[in-house]
Ligand binder design. Structure first.
Ligand code: SF4
Length: 312
């Protein structure tokens, strides 16, 4: 048996032993995505975990994602498959900095992107994802919105609402790295391709795109579109799923630098080791968890309303 197969077998045994569900973010390595029970964006995964019969959640992603899983699944053990995998954007705002900004803008409601720490979520009025940011912002009564931590997503939302959005200067190092000149060059190389980018990209990049979409929206868009080729402005891991689910279509990255090194820290080896040693357990102190969950629940209520309207 090859080493790879031995490793996969070991993970399968550990999964049974721990009564675990393995979930992987869309940006994980292909072999990690392939071994997971569910692949998706962070919120999708955390919610999925609430629906399955498992005692342990082995989370292949970055720290704030495992924290979100812990917020929504207080009775399950959450293990982060690679303990050192963090998100530089989530770490760009501390709870003290948020409190300081709240003092500066006392009339503003705080909307925090799900890519944030549990402490920041707990200090916010409501959470949002890149898929529901506009609806969330529209749902709060305040005219002023303090949006943290991603300035690019906040700016994108500000183009679709009359609310006054105050931007905190955080950003995703992977999406912010994509430059308009690179998009123009990719369009020259693939003139028939649709350009779809993530709203964490710079405004000048979004202006050049056919659509700005979250990762789950990109998957749906590529499936439903009559176009055959796409230039993708998000982390390269998503291409694995896009290609798997659309075998006849072509997908290109804007540049070859769309790699999140934190997402790529997780390997089958780190997953197996984490499960074997029951290490990298992610917990959230109860007082913070309850407050953070309120911010997440408020967002989920908005998402359900939007879905119900779509079905009407
Ligand atoms: S892709 Fe960006 S937002 Fe996502 S984990 Fe990496 S640094 Fe954070």
């Amino acid at each position: 048996m090859s080493n790879l197969n031995q490793l996969k077998e070991k993970i399968a045994e550990l999964k049974e032993e721990l009564r675990a569900v393995i979930v992987a973010h869309n940006y994980q390595r292909p072999e990690v995505q392939d071994i997971a029970d569910f692949v998706g964006d962070s919120l999708e995964l955390s919610r999925k975990c609430t629906e399955v019969d498992a005692e342990t959640i082995a989370f292949c992603g970055v720290h704030f994602m495992a924290e979100t899983a812990a917020i929504l699944n207080p009775n399950r053990t959450v293990l982060l498959a690679e303990g050192s995998a963090g998100c530089p954007m989530a770490d760009m705002i501390t709870v003290d900095e948020l409190r300081e900004w709240k003092r500066r803008y006392p009339r503003a409601a705080v909307v925090c992107y799900v890519n944030s720490t549990a402490e920041v979520k707990a200090e916010s009025d409501i959470c949002c994802t890149s898929a529901n940011g506009v609806e969330v912002v529209e749902s709060v009564p305040n005219d002023d919105i303090l949006f943290v931590p991603d300035q690019n997503l906040g700016h994108y939302i500000s183009t679709q609402t009359k609310k006054n959005i105050i931007l905190y200067p955080g950003f995703c190092i992977v999406h912010h790295r994509i430059k308009p000149e690179q998009v123009k060059l990719a369009k020259k190389l693939h003139p028939d391709a649709q350009v779809i980018v993530h709203p964490e990209c710079r405004p000048e990049v979004i202006d050049l795109a056919d659509a700005a979409l979250s990762t789950s929206q990109m998957i749906r868009y590529a499936k439903e579109s009559s176009h055959q080729s796409f230039i993708i402005g998000t982390e390269e891991g998503l291409l694995h799923r896009l290609r798997q689910e659309n075998p006849g279509k072509s997908f290109y990255l804007v540049t070859d630098s769309q790699i999140c090194i934190n997402m790529k820290k997780t390997t089958l080896e780190t997953l197996a080791q984490t499960m074997e040693l029951r290490q990298n357990m992610v917990t959230v102190p109860e007082a913070i968890r309850i407050k953070a969950k309120q911010a997440v629940d408020r967002m989920l209520a908005i998402s359900y309303q939007v879905k119900a309207k779509e079905l009407d």
